[in-house]
Every structure is written in structure tokens, then in C-alpha cells.
Design a protein around this ligand. Structure first.
Ligand code: TXA
Ligand code: MG
Length: 357
């Protein structure tokens, strides 16, 4: 995991942000995975503002973020011993546990489900914010700080871009984004997120009947979880609760994205360029082929760290198509492949269609 850069919010900015949360406002803040769009989890009106700002359907639950050492039993009930072991092993860190929701937790947070997602992030700014908010006893409901369906932000600038905010004039409005931006006036700086893809989500709420279920792969792998609890989390079945990050189309830039193995990518690129079609490339092994190209490390941790910034940057190149060199398929690459599969969803046949035009 990379360490955050020097540019981080100071104590005064963090105290101000905690006060905004306590008043029912929205705060975007860095976590080690991606930036979150936070609100007081115990204030249904504040949580409703998250959905409004993101344009997110109301049936998609949000994760509650808590400070290190928070009282788990305040937020959830029927906590199995295995869940406590995972907390012990991986918190603070990029692991979200789905557990039975305590009756006092508002419906708005869990979209009416009887479970709730809870996690303790490890980013120092997130920890400072959670520790300042309600004296460390509160919970901050926070999805990723992007418009629904878009690529998650891994820098404060990405958040400002998503919501049309200016860097040194928080709250400034740009056209269509005026409505959502006016609800979000605070973006805490924390440098680039160290992990770069969203937390691993494990459903531990139906352990006795279903065992642990991996709802979303991430930096913490299924094998690492198995090493702690002696059970390998299974892929979700049809009856599993909905997770918006598990919708088929998600994490998608505006430019269509498609994935090809190295040789097929070279061939397609040649054919597309011959037709005057502008192509951007995200590679990990291929050499430089086009001017709009981002080469990511050929190992999964470094690749995940750079993936979302690469998708955003290639989206800005004015290309007609983004071609991604298919990464290796083994277990450690599961989180990366899951996000890529969703950003390419719906692009099947797009190369043929472009060549036939
Ligand atoms: O790394 C992360 O988890 C980031 C940072 C900000 O913490 N958050 C994040 O939140 O990715 P979001 O809302 O973009 O994705 C959370 C996922 C969603 O797919 C949501 O549906 C799922 O978690 N989720 C939350 N509560 C759930 C529940 N009770 N049952 C099933 N899925 C749940
Ligand atoms: Mg998200």
C-alpha cells in the first residue's frame, strides 16, 4: 500500500468538517480505497442528501464508517465470532462487513434491508475525521464520492470534477452540477487513495446458513479472509442483498471501454487507426503504441492504485474508444478484473460496429 502524499487536511479543516457533519451537511473525505461522500449515519435527512447529490437510487444501501475502537454492538447485532476476528485482523483497513443492522440505525442507511455495511478506514484523514465527529462515537454513512455509475474518485480533484466544485472556492457552482454541488461544500484533502479500488465487502450476516459471502472483491483477498476465519468466502448467489458496485454496468467513464488480450489489441488498434478512429490504451505489458496511453504496473496492487485515475485521464483525451489490455486472471487480480468487467459492460461488438461505419 502506498502512503498518502504530504498534501493533507490539517486539524482545523478536520474540526470544521466534523462540525458540518454534525449539522447534517455533506463532507467528501479521503479513505485508503477511494474518496467517500459522507453524512451523519444517524440523521436520515443528511443521508437523504447523499442520495440526492449522487443521483443514486434509494434502494442502494450505504456503508457506515466508524473510528478505530468504535463499539460494534452499537451499530449491529448478532455479531459472529468470525466477524470479530476479521475486525481484529483487518481494521482499520479496506474491509467492509455486512452484519445484522441494529434497530436504531435509520432505514435510510441500509435502504430498508435488515443488514448494514460497516467499515473502519485506515487513511489518517478519515481516522481524524471519524475521531472528531461526535467525539469518535458517530458513524459516517458514505458511498464513493462520484455520481452514480461513474468511476470512483481517488483524489480530491476527482471529487471536485464530479461535483463541479472549484479548487480554491469550495461551493462554487458550474451549470448542471449546481444542485449537487450546493449540497457538498467541503472536500478534505488526503492525497491519492493508497489502495485505489473500493473495499472488499464480505457478508457475514447470514453466516450460519450461507457462510461468508464475497459481495465485492478488493485489496483484501478471499484467501486472506479464509486465513483468518478458516472459511473461504463464496461468490454471491441470486438471493444476496444488492450492492450497487455489483451492478453489471458501473465504474464506467463516458468513453466506451473494451478489453482485449495483447495481440488482439494490436490488431484492433491498427484497424481502428486506419479508419481514423482515435483510440486510448491502458496497458501493463504492451509497449507504447499511441500518444494517449497509460501504462500501469504488471502487478495487481500497483495496477489497482492507478486504475481509476487512468480511466479518468484516458476519458479526457477526446478518444472514441479506450482499449484495455486484459490483465492476468489469477486470484490476486480479482478486484481489478471485477472493476474492469463492469466498466466495459455493454461494449461487446463495439469495435466491429466502429469498423463498419
Ligand atoms: O471502499 C469503499 O467501500 C468506499 C469508501 C468510501 O469507503 N465506499 C464505497 O461505497 O465503495 P459505495 O456505496 O460506492 O459502495 C458500497 C457498496 C454498494 O455496492 C452497496 O450496495 C453495498 O456496499 N452495501 C452497503 N450496505 C449493504 C448491505 N447492507 N447489504 C449489501 N450490500 C451493501
Ligand atoms: Mg460507489
Amino acid at each position: 500500500m502506498k502512503q498518502p502524499s504530504a498534501t493533507v487536511a490539517d486539524q482545523a479543516a478536520i474540526a470544521d468538517a466534523a462540525a458540518v457533519l454534525e449539522e447534517g451537511g455533506l463532507v467528501a473525505f479521503p479513505t485508503e480505497t477511494v474518496y467517500g461522500l459522507g453524512a451523519d449515519a444517524e440523521n436520515p435527512a443528511a443521508v437523504a442528501r447523499i442520495y440526492e447529490a449522487k443521483g443514486r437510487p434509494h434502494d442502494h444501501p450505504v456503508i457506515v464508517h466508524v473510528a478505530p475502537g468504535a463499539d460494534l454492538d452499537y451499530w449491529v447485532t448478532d455479531v459472529p465470532e468470525e466477524a470479530r476476528k476479521l475486525v481484529q485482523a483487518f481494521w482499520p483497513g479496506p474491509l467492509t462487513l455486512i452484519l445484522k443492522r441494529h434497530p436504531q440505525i435509520p432505514d435510510a442507511v441500509s435502504a430498508g434491508q435488515d443488514s448494514v455495511g460497516i467499515r473502519c478506514p485506515s487513511h489518517p484523514v478519515a481516522i481524524a475525521l471519524l475521531s472528531a465527529f461526535k467525539g469518535g462515537k458517530g458513524g459516517v454513512a458514505a458511498p464513493s464520492a462520484n455520481k452514480f455509475g461513474n468511476v470512483s474518485p481517488t483524489t480530491a480533484q476527482h471529487v471536485r470534477d464530479e461535483f463541479g466544485l472549484d479548487a480554491h472556492d469550495d461551493g462554487a457552482l458550474n451549470g448542471d452540477d449546481a444542485c449537487s454541488a450546493s449540497m457538498l461544500s467541503v472536500v478534505l484533502e488526503g492525497g491519492p487513495s493508497q489502495v485505489g479500488i473500493e473495499s472488499t465487502i464480505v457478508d457475514m450476516s447470514r453466516l450460519a446458513t450461507h457462510g461468508p459471502v464475497l459481495l465485492r472483491p478488493g485489496h483484501i483477498t478471499a484467501q486472506q479472509i479464509a486465513d483468518v476465519i478458516g472459511m473461504l468466502p463464496a461468490a454471491p448467489d441470486q438471493a444476496a442483498p444488492r450492492a450497487s458496485g455489483t451492478l453489471e454496468s458501473h465504474y464506467a467513464p463516458r468513453t466506451p471501454v473494451t478489453m482485449l488480450a495483447a495481440d488482439a489489441l494490436r490488431t484492433a488498434l491498427g484497424n481502428l487507426q486506419a479508419k481514423g478512429i482515435k483510440v486510448a490504451v491502458i496497458s501493463h505489458a504492451l509497449p507504447a503504441l499511441v500518444s494517449a496511453q497509460r501504462k500501469l504496473p504488471a502487478e495487481p496492487v500497483g495496477y489497482a492504485y492507478g486504475l481509476y485515475a487512468a480511466l479518468r485521464d484516458m476519458d479526457q483525451t477526446g478518444s472514441d474508444l479506450i482499449l484495455v489490455e486484459t490483465p492476468p486472471q489469477d486470484g490476486d487480480w480479482m478486484g481489478v478484473n471485477d472493476r474492469l468487467r463492469r466498466s466495459v459492460f455493454g461494449s461487446a461488438g463495439i469495435i466491429d460496429a466502429m469498423l463498419q461505419k
